[in-house]
Design a binder for this molecule. Structure first.
Ligand SMILES: Cc1cc2nc3c(=O)[nH]c(=O)nc-3n(C[C@H](O)[C@H](O)[C@H](O)COP(=O)(O)OP(=O)(O)OC[C@H]3O[C@@H](n4cnc5c(N)ncnc54)[C@H](O)[C@@H]3O)c2cc1C
Length: 423
């Protein structure tokens, strides 16, 4: 059988794959995208960051998303049940991205982005599972299972956007778990959960409690995504069902229990485990990876979809340049890899710091000295992966420096300093 062909083949039709594919097609390449699942499909990860709006604009899909009727979000509210501290951050005005964004049911949002790719000329094969890959000097050959048929696809370049499956790393590279981040998430959608007044309605809410933390993501049509992130140990030691464990965690987190009084679940309890890892290789001769296929650490700052879309955009730029000069060696893509690690570093650092009491104390009682709140908001908005002015870098360094002093003060006062990662 004559194989199907394209300039670029993309594995995965999530936000990373559809973004890369759309930019590549708009850049004049022929693109075939393979997505295993039929959309719309349930997916976790509904809270976006404001810099995502820039990504949507550059894809040419912003107006369509704006017509989608999604819940608008102006900020993020954090609360720690143990200390009683809490703070709401409102996204900054006057930045290159708006001071708001959306919370989106991913089933709908991902389907919309993939449909946009199709409209931009991407040939989408769905459901189609890529099951084998072989590289040679001129390109890549994929084995694809599509609706019971086995197909062969030939492309000059491959984008791995297969998400946490990490197609290439699992077969040809390595997956490294991030130490101490052995967490499990249990989550569901609810109708009838508490709504908050005015501008607060769409705020993503993060509730820390002794057993872990909850996310509370209000969406349109009275829908709320509620998820508990707990240490894997808690799950291992629990003899009951995931539903019973989830109910127990709700009871332990007073704010969530109150907010859910009178609410009804409209999905089963879903579960995600072992989601903190980094993968390798990120680039190689005739391939590169985007989004969750590169790394994922923790959802606390709602950065996953944005990182997937931004890396998809940067990947497309690197690939278009490679096609322009006809060179596809791994070295050609080293700059892309550097940009991605530099872009995700502030998120990863914040996530690690967030679990340290000395940092959390500062984070939940922020004082707007020397641009520190602006710097925090830059990271929370996703801006750190767009541009990192030296002032923001300096303010963040100062914040982390003060957190170190705070650790010393806490230790002297006999207060706990250990990272809550160890929960
Ligand atoms: C508990 C939890 C909560 C989260 N909360 C948030 C949040 O609030 N906000 C946020 O922004 N992010 C959140 N995330 C992260 C977010 O969901 C991901 O970062 C995002 O979906 C990554 O996009 P992606 O395109 O890289 O991968 P995905 O969206 O996972 O897409 C990958 C696609 O590849 C397909 N695929 C895989 N293997 C194959 C194959 N062999 N052949 C064909 N297709 C294949 C899959 O079916 C899938 O559709 C959360 C993650 C977790 C675990």
């Amino acid at each position: 059988m004559t194989p199907m062909t394209s300039d670029v083949a993309v594995i995965g039709g999530g936000p990373g794959g559809s973004s890369a594919a759309t930019h590549l097609a708009r850049g004049g390449l022929s693109v075939a995208l393979f997505e295993r699942e039929v959309f719309p499909r349930f997916k976790v990860g509904e809270s976006l960051v404001p810099a995502t709006m820039l990504m949507l604009e550059r894809l040419g899909v912003l107006e369509r998303v704006e017509r989608g009727g999604y819940q608008i979000k102006y900020g993020a509210t954090f609360h720690d049940q143990e200390t009683g501290l809490g703070h709401t951050f409102y996204f900054l005005e006057g930045m290159p991205w708006p001071n708001w964004t959306y919370n989106v049911p991913r089933a709908d949002f991902d389907a919309l982005l993939l449909d946009h790719s199709r409209k931009q000329g991407v040939v989408v094969h769905q459901p189609a599972t890529v099951s084998g890959v072989a590289f040679d000097a001129d390109g890549v050959t994929l084995d694809v299972d599509s609706g019971g048929d086995r197909l062969t696809h030939r492309a000059r370049f491959l984008v791995d956007a297969s998400g946490r499956d990490a197609f290439l790393a699992a077969r040809r590279g390595r997956r490294s778990r991030v130490p101490n981040l052995g967490k499990v998430a249990l989550f569901a959608h609810y109708k009838g959960g508490a709504r908050f007044p005015g501008r607060e309605e769409g705020n993503v809410r993060i509730y820390l409690f002794e057993g872990g933390w909850f996310w509370w993501i209000p969406m349109a049509n009275d829908l709320t995504s509620v998820g508990a992130v707990v240490h894997a140990r808690v799950v291992r030691e629990h003899a009951g069902t995931p539903e019973a464990l989830f109910a127990e965690m709700v009871q332990r987190c007073r704010a969530v229990a109150e907010n859910l009084a009178g609410a009804q679940p409209v999905t089963p309890i879903h579960r995600a485990a072992n989601f903190a890892y980094t993968n390798a290789p990120v680039v190689g001769s005739r391939f590169l990876t985007v989004g969750d296929a590169i790394a994922f650490v923790d959802p606390i700052f709602s950065s996953g979809v944005f990182i997937a879309m931004r890396s998809g955009e940067l990947a497309a730029q690197a690939i278009l340049a490679a096609f322009a000069d006809g060179r596809f060696t791994a070295r050609r893509f080293a700059a892309y890899e550097r940009k991605v690690w530099r872009g995700v570093a502030p998120f990863f650092k914040f996530i690690h710091k967030y679990y340290e009491p000395s940092f959390l104390d500062l984070f939940l009682q922020p004082r707007d000295k020397l641009g520190m709140v602006r710097a925090v908001l830059n990271v929370l908005s996703g801006g750190a992966f767009i541009r990192m002015p030296w002032r923001v870098r300096a303010s963040l360094a100062l914040l982390f420096g003060i957190a170190r002093i705070n650790t010393w003060v806490r230790r002297r006062a006999g207060k706990p300093v250990e990272s809550r990662l160890e929960w």
